[in-house]
Design a binder for this molecule. Structure first.
Ligand SMILES: [Zn+2]
Length: 174
């Protein structure tokens, strides 16, 4: 790419109508969380044999599962939802709610568990989020959740594993 194409690209970008910012700051942190999570630097291939092929496509190729396809939509027990790849705790059941979208939905993640970034896959800006430890894609966060936080963390069930409160959390892996 030469300097002219760079400048042309910048000009094209500047000509786009300004897109409104659609997300506020992330939900406030809850008190208990994953203190000082260390991010792993494994390439996606590291996880290929540790999760199902369908989960791999969601976690490391950013696919979205079909709405209504996850058994976790119906999961109502007390417990913790951990990352299907590295087992980092991501959501508490107390923050799960029925959004009617067909995907497991939460009002907030466990503090320190998730990182966000903008994506433009659907041409409109969306906020993608992923496990802060392994980088596995989990879902998107929207501003149409219930009060008081107003957030809907819309998650792929394939990217999660539910651990009932009666069981101890699995050791982190990876
Ligand atoms: Zn993870």
């Amino acid at each position: 790419m030469n300097r002219r194409t760079v400048l042309q690209g910048l000009a094209a970008f500047a000509a786009l109508p300004f897109l409104p910012a659609c997300s506020r700051a992330a939900a406030p942190a809850v008190a208990a969380g994953n203190a000082a999570v260390t991010s792993l630097a494994h390439p996606p291939a590291f996880w290929r044999d540790m999760v199902s092929p369908a989960a791999f496509r969601v976690l490391f190729e950013s696919e979205t599962e079909r709405a209504g396809s996850s058994p976790l939509n119906e999961e109502k027990r007390d417990g913790t939802f951990v990352c299907a790849a590295c087992y980092l705790p991501l959501f508490e059941s107390a923050h799960k709610y029925e959004s009617g979208t067909g995907w497991p939905s939460f009002t907030q993640p466990i503090a320190g568990s998730m990182q966000t970034k903008r994506d433009f896959v659907m041409l409109i800006p969306r906020t993608e989020y992923h496990c802060t430890r392994c980088g596995g894609h989990q879902g998107h966060v929207f501003n149409d959740g219930p009060p008081p936080l107003g957030k809907r963390w819309c998650n792929n069930g394939l990217a999660l594993r539910f651990v009932p409160g009666s069981e101890s959390l699995p050791a982190l892996r990876g």
